[in-house]
Design a protein around this ligand. Sequence first.
Ligand code: C5P
Length: 410
Amino acid sequence: MTQQSGAFWAGREILLGVSGSIAAYKSAELARLFLKAGAKVQVVMTSSAKQFIAPLTFFSLTGRPVYDEMFSGGPEEATAHIELARRADLVVVAPATAQLIGRLANGLASDLLSTTIIAADTPVVIAPAMNPQMFAHPAVDANIKTIASWPGYAIAPPTEGELACGEFGLGRLADPPGIVEFCEWFLSGGKQDLQGEHVVVTAGPTFEDLDPVRFLSNRSTGKMGFAIAQVAARRGAQVSLVSSVSPPTPIPGCNHVKVRSAQSMHDAIHALLPETTALVMAAAVADYKPKEQAPTKIKKKAGPLAIELDRNPDILASLPKDPKRITVGFAAETDHVEEHALGKLKRKHLDMIVANDVTQPGSGFGVDTNQVVLLKADGSSESLPMLSKVEVAERLLDQVRTLRAAKERS
Ligand code: C5P
């Protein structure tokens, strides 16, 4: 949740829809977070959700009776869906099962929750939670894409991880604080305008092993790349994060492809290339690696030790040309920033390069801010002020979107 959350949520009416997934217990925490931020929460559950969590839990948290069945009470209950829909400023369905998503995508108002969503004239956020196979199924994927294409609707992407079924993959309900943040972003005008894109983002350093316990590396932490992956996913892109380091918590909507050396990063990117529409190389790839990798720990001896280094492949320069894909590189420089960056843009046949002076305070390694210049192959450039890395990611992805649209037209 952001610092402004309190003021942002005060007095807002949230209709929290809970459908029948094992992740339903997490929606109690979600309700609590919205309430803590000052919002009012009305819970509507499907009948299968009640198998996972008791309505009493939500009643105790929200102080409001939970709605579940249609036509369960007196005549006034018959129009409950209209009343509920009218009252809400935001509808959030978390967790949303494949069932609920299927009903909604097809306009099937077959229970109180789906009927209320369809009757609502307010923004709707759907947070899917299901087994990874189910999430990847073409029917579910098509339903999600349908919902995401409707104005006023957004999909809060699930995270990758181990699920209750024991499988690992994309399908875990996004963390409750992440869902609140997503809703805040969406209600503040955030758009899922990268639907249909597959963005591959690299982040962090590479590790070039000398022996089983030692390596050569650099000071990159991965923060810039993680921010790009996070923003691309929340804007609706399919995202593959290729990195040696892991983000502090899994990034919603991202598949993490773990690599170690420049060579393994090169191989992972080439494997993803056929389906990549935009590659953003934020990683600080080592230019050199030890010529030999000792199979056992190198022992110390009297006198100096010389280590011979070999060139690593230049990943960007190794990519085959593609008329539709956008390729973005980074240039971390200490002097003649734009001049050096432009040289790289040309040598590596990039569509855009993000140049920054890493000697400037608040710019470069390890910090949460960055000050960059975006230089494009057509000679145009955009010099950004000091911004958070998330904001830099937004601006960078705006450019990627424009460049992609131009390539699709050509
Ligand atoms: O040439 P330099 O390393 O400064 O270029 C930086 C850009 O090139 C970054 O986007 C980085 O990820 C990428 N790079 C690469 N392969 C390398 C070294 C850097 O793709 N071996």
